[in-house]
Design a protein around this ligand. Structure first.
Ligand SMILES: [Zn+2]
Length: 348
């Protein structure tokens, strides 16, 4: 990565074999060496004609999550580098191992969920090396980062924006401003910035970052994708990359994670909710039937709140994430002061 961030200078934006001169967009492939194999990562480098921040957007960190990939592709095609302040790096399929093979959140190569291992390990498994490549080549040193996800092909999901706060006022303020600009009503605050999610690893290193979750079950609804592209442009306006249109972001609802539940048996899962449903602690939210003897295991809600994520797939094993629940943030408490008792690891 070479770039010019001097306030009065604009320079080229280069990554691997790709090089975009100021005022131009270059799209192409950058090879990532993962030790036992090399993957081709499709990227768009948008080198603004004027100075400004460097913003990184990733789609396809998980497989089977299509709206972010399509939105990233469409955004790359419509941004006019002559109108851009700063630089926008759009990684359209950030994790080809999972996005093209298997379409799952784990890679078929090594079974690793990449969004649990950021900032990665350059000496680790192929997926750990992929995370390290994404982090070193794209995220490190950026001024802002957006990671685009969906519910997986077997998951229901209510749209939301996820943020992790660090206690670093400048980083948190930009993170929250980005979250509020996307145009998605529901913003969920994590308890802390720990863990292997890409946006958590980013904020820990001082890069304001948000997780954007839209769509579910492998859907690729053009209206949802168009809304996401609009949301990305709104964030770019908020960051000063695109000219402000004078509009103010709509109000958002703030939530905190209140509980998650995973299967503790192998069997057939019959949920009695969908994402977006309110549940009360102790309520039966589904049953898991043992296909060998027909015995039924009842699953209860571990907390009250709204289900933002749910498993729709029939076959589950111990550890399969069944539901994640958030509760409304206490009115009057600022986002920066939010504390939550627990946080699921499930959402990504
Ligand atoms: Zn995901």
């Amino acid at each position: 990565m070479t770039t010019t961030k001097d306030a009065d200078q604009v320079g080229p934006l280069a990554l691997g074999p790709l090089r975009a001169e100021p005022g131009t967009t270059v799209r192409g492939i950058v090879p990532a060496d993962l030790g036992t194999l090399t993957v081709d990562v499709p990227l768009a480098l948008v080198a603004g004609a004027r100075p400004g921040p460097r913003v990184v957007i990733t789609g396809g960190v998980h497989g089977g999550e299509f709206t972010g990939v399509d939105a990233a592709h469409r955004l790359a095609a419509l941004l006019d580098a002559e109108e851009v302040r700063g630089q926008v790096l759009i990684c359209i399929v950030a994790n080809p191992l999972a996005a093209y093979r298997g379409r799952l959140n784990v890679s078929s190569i090594d079974g690793v969920n990449i969004n649990r291992v950021f900032p990665g390990d350059p000496q680790g498994s192929p997926t750990e090396r992929m995370a390290a490549w994404i982090f070193a080549q794209l995220i490190a040193g950026a001024d802002a980062y957006l990671d685009l996800h969906s519910g997986g092909i077997d998951q229901t999901l209510r749209h939301f924006v996820g943020v992790r706060l660090t206690g670093e006022a400048d980083v948190d303020a930009t993170t929250v401003a980005m979250a509020r600009a996307v145009g998605i009503e529901d913003v969920i605050f994590g308890q802390n910035a720990e863990g292997g999610n890409s946006h958590a690893a980013a904020v820990r290193q001082g890069v304001p970052a948000i997780l954007v979750e839209t769509s579910q079950l492998g859907e690729r609804d053009p209206a949802v994708i168009g809304g996401l592209v609009d949301g990305l442009k709104a964030v770019l306006r908020r960051l000063g990359v695109l000219e402000s249109d004078g509009s103010e972001p709509a109000a958002v609802r703030e939530w905190v994670w209140s509980g998650e539940v995973a299967s503790d048996v192998t069997g057939l899962w019959y949920p009695e909710f969908t994402a977006g449903d309110d549940v009360t602690v102790g309520q039966i939210i589904g049953r898991i039937v043992d296909p060998a003897d027909g015995r039924e295991h009842v699953v209860h809600a571990p907390a009250s709140g709204n289900v933002f994520y749910g498993m729709r797939g029939l076959t589950v094993v111990p550890g399969t994430e069944l539901a994640a629940i958030a509760s409304a943030a206490v009115p009057g408490r600022t986002a920066e002061s939010l504390q939550t008792p627990s946080e699921p690891e499930v959402l990504s």
